[in-house]
Write a new protein. Sequence first.
Length: 259
Amino acid sequence: MKWAVIITSGRPSKADLLARLVFKHGGEALYLPVVKVEERGADAQEVLETLAWSEAVLFMTGQSAWGLAEMLKRHSALEKAKEMLRSRVVVCRGSKASGNVKTQFGVECPNLGETIDEMMPKIGQYVSGKRLLVSFYGVVDSELLEKLRAVAGEVRFVQTYSTVEAPEENALEAARRVAEGGYIIVFTSAVGASTFFAAAQRHGLLEKVVEALNSGRSIAAVIGPVTEEEVKRWGVEKVVKPEKPFLAYLAEELAKLLK
């Protein structure tokens, strides 16, 4: 079967990279973002003050590390943040976060697990009784913050980018195409996956979408285990996932499907 690829990422740079890979292998790519990522305009001085308050820092995603570093760099505050982080306990959820913290801040960041369920049993030994700063990217997880407050002394968070829904018609168009068959729909975040399936459900398309994905008439491809967990929560049993949760590895999996 000749597959067409639907890219749902809220970041045009990610979508462009994946689209170029699809075109290279002779495929057709449709960009239907189901969420949009917007800069929040965080204040660099406020971030530095919160870092100064903290004793431990948790990076939730690779993008949270990258986005925070980029914002601090624009305000000539990156070196000061690096200095502070060297004297803090720094931990990460996921290999992408761990790698980006090392690259952007020059600090080793133990990966406590790719999912929150993997992370929570381990994090206590690092942050128990400490003032903890959590770095989010697109969405602030209030439920996680409550769990962390039961472990750490105090908890605050920073968020340099926020995720909002794109026009719902994008999700509906993607859902209609997936239900027809012949499409690989690509999710690069759990938020994007949740937004897509919720829109399909509201408009009576969820059952058809799930059937198409489980029957193999269409394919769901995800970037990593957190996104996979969200897709499966909606009843999808068959999911294509790369060996490692990185965009390059996801691109390799798409290349295999397109051959």
